[in-house]
Ligand binder design. Structure first.
Ligand code: SAM
Length: 291
């Protein structure tokens, strides 16, 4: 194909041809820069052996790049109005399937297994709708889908929070949740100018490589994540303060103090200074005391 979808002129052409109007409520900002697309696909490590899952193909800008680079592509799109457009923009590629479903309510795993079979290495690559970035990423993480990695374009601030290390402004419960399942890194920043229409925020490409097993041993994952949430509830306050509030009526201040002491944890510290290992030790000792 001589003309790529992801150019300003081709995008405008398809918009006009199909009388398509962007829905802001669906986070529709389409990519109009082939260099950015090539870079995303390359950095995601997509090869002719890779099966790729895409969320939100839009008009097919990234889908086309993935169809060129990958073995095959399965895309989930919520907006039925894009069906006739994608049928035309992707007509030359026989290794792409688009499923018109909301990724948040779709039962993803059987659809994936049905399309790819079980043996193929799978990666998720997407330019995500910004209004639901975190729910989508958390769904993929919690569902334990058979993926090697996720490479996603998201809002820059969210990418920074997901990949943040302790003692930084962006570090919080989201960083810990994401990094429990994956190794997270921001690959590059993308300017607003490569989208149509331009979003109000800067974007970044976040790479999440799934771990074989969690980096810390946790007795009860729900308890661990609830505890993390609770200690970050009032970010500027000490662990002692947040823990006392959280365990009011179930653990006394003194018990919390002596349990913390037994793992050499200073409760005058703030949650933002704790490593994941320290959170795991704290959760495990508190959990055990409550059984
Ligand atoms: N991939 C295209 C590109 O890069 O030009 C479009 C990306 S656009 C930022 C996000 C896409 O996600 C839109 O096509 C939108 O309709 C779709 N979308 C929004 N919410 C969705 C959901 N819950 N499930 C599946 N797709 C969704």
């Amino acid at each position: 194909k001589e003309k790529r979808i992801a150019t300003p002129s081709m995008t405008k052409h398809y918009l006009n041809q199909f009388g398509f109007h962007f829905k802001k409520s669906l986070g529709q900002n389409f990519l109009i820069d082939v260099n950015v697309l090539e870079n995303i696909s390359k950095k995601a490590g997509v090869t002719k052996e890779t099966g790729v899952i895409e969320i939100g193909p839009g008009m097919g800008a990234l889908t086309e790049q993935l169809a060129i680079d990958a073995k095959n592509v399965l895309a989930f799109e919520i907006d039925q109005r894009l069906e006739p457009i994608l049928a035309e923009t992707l007509e030359d590629y026989d290794n792409v399937k688009v499923v018109f479903e909301d990724i948040l309510s779709a039962d993803i795993e059987p659809i994936i297994n049905d399309y790819f079979g079980k043996k193929q290495p799978l990666k998720l690559v997407a330019n995500l709708p910004y209004y639901v970035t975190t729910p989508i990423i958390m769904k993929v993480l919690m569902n334990h889908l058979p993926l090697e990695s996720m490479t996603v374009m998201i809002q820059k601030e969210v990418a920074e929070r997901m990949s943040a290390k302790p003692n930084t402004k962006s570090y919080g419960s989201l960083s810990l949740a994401v990094q429990y399942y994956t190794e997270a890194a921001v690959l590059f920043i993308v300017p607003k100018t490569v989208f149509m229409p331009q979003p109000n925020v800067d974007s970044a490409i976040l790479h999440l490589a799934f771990r074989e097993s969690p980096p810390v041993d946790v007795i009860d994952e729900t308890y661990f994540f609830d505890l993390i949430q609770a200690t970050f509830q009032q970010r500027r306050k000490t662990l002692r303060n947040n823990l006392t509030r959280h365990f009011k009526g179930s653990l006394t201040k003194d018990v919390i103090e002596s349990l913390a002491e037994s793992i050499h944890l200073d409760l005058t510290r703030r949650a933002e200074s704790l490593t994941m290992k320290e959170f795991a030790d704290l959760a495990n000792i508190l959990y055990t005391a409550q059984q």
